[in-house]
Design a protein around this ligand. Structure first.
Ligand code: ZN
Length: 173
């Protein structure tokens, strides 16, 4: 059996089959914090793009973290705030073949708080690299001393993946 087939959960002490290696935030925190009744009026949101109050611009991307000893990456699906000009340019080239060579990289800041880190991830500086059509942009953390940047650089152990799974599996229970 591969370790990715399942794990003993630190939270509920049960065996869960399947070890998730990716998590996604549905919204930027700046959107999620808007009262639900006001969202429609104040924000535009799609699967990969979001605008709040006509002045905050967000795109969705991935932070890839190597899993030590495995081929596959652990993935955080997150949102980053970017400048209006960058947002416009990305939007303009959304369907352009070879866009990864035409535009970017861009500077952004993460707009999701991840409780799985000892330091806040909100507003963490990152570089955004555009990927070929059909693939989400990749975020590279620019603050080298931050635990997320260290994990992105050095990789994480399988135990760490299990620890994150144990925490997130029961987040809403
Ligand atoms: Zn559990």
């Amino acid at each position: 059996m591969s370790p990715l087939d399942g794990y003993f959960c630190a939270t509920c002490k049960q065996f869960h089959s399947g070890l998730p290696t990716s998590y996604a935030a549905d919204f930027p925190d700046s959107y999620a914090s808007i009262d639900e009744k006001e969202r429609e009026q104040r924000a535009l949101i799609g699967s990969d793009q979001c605008i709040v109050d006509n002045e905050m611009y967000f795109i969705r991307g991935l932070v890839e973290v190597p899993i030590i000893g495995f081929q596959e990456f652990f993935l955080w699906g997150l949102w980053a705030s970017i400048w209006k000009e960058a947002y416009g340019e990305i939007n303009e080239h959304w369907q352009t073949n070879g866009r990864e060579n035409l535009i970017g990289p861009y500077k952004g800041r993460l707009n999701n708080e991840l409780r799985e880190y000892s330091q806040s991830t909100l507003n963490l500086k990152c570089t955004i690299r555009i990927q070929p059509l059909g693939a989400r942009p990749l975020f590279f953390i620019d603050e080298p001393g931050h635990p997320l940047a260290i994990e992105q650089r050095d990789g994480i152990s399988l135990e760490r993946v299990q620890q994150i799974a144990s925490a997130l599996m029961h987040k809403n229970t």
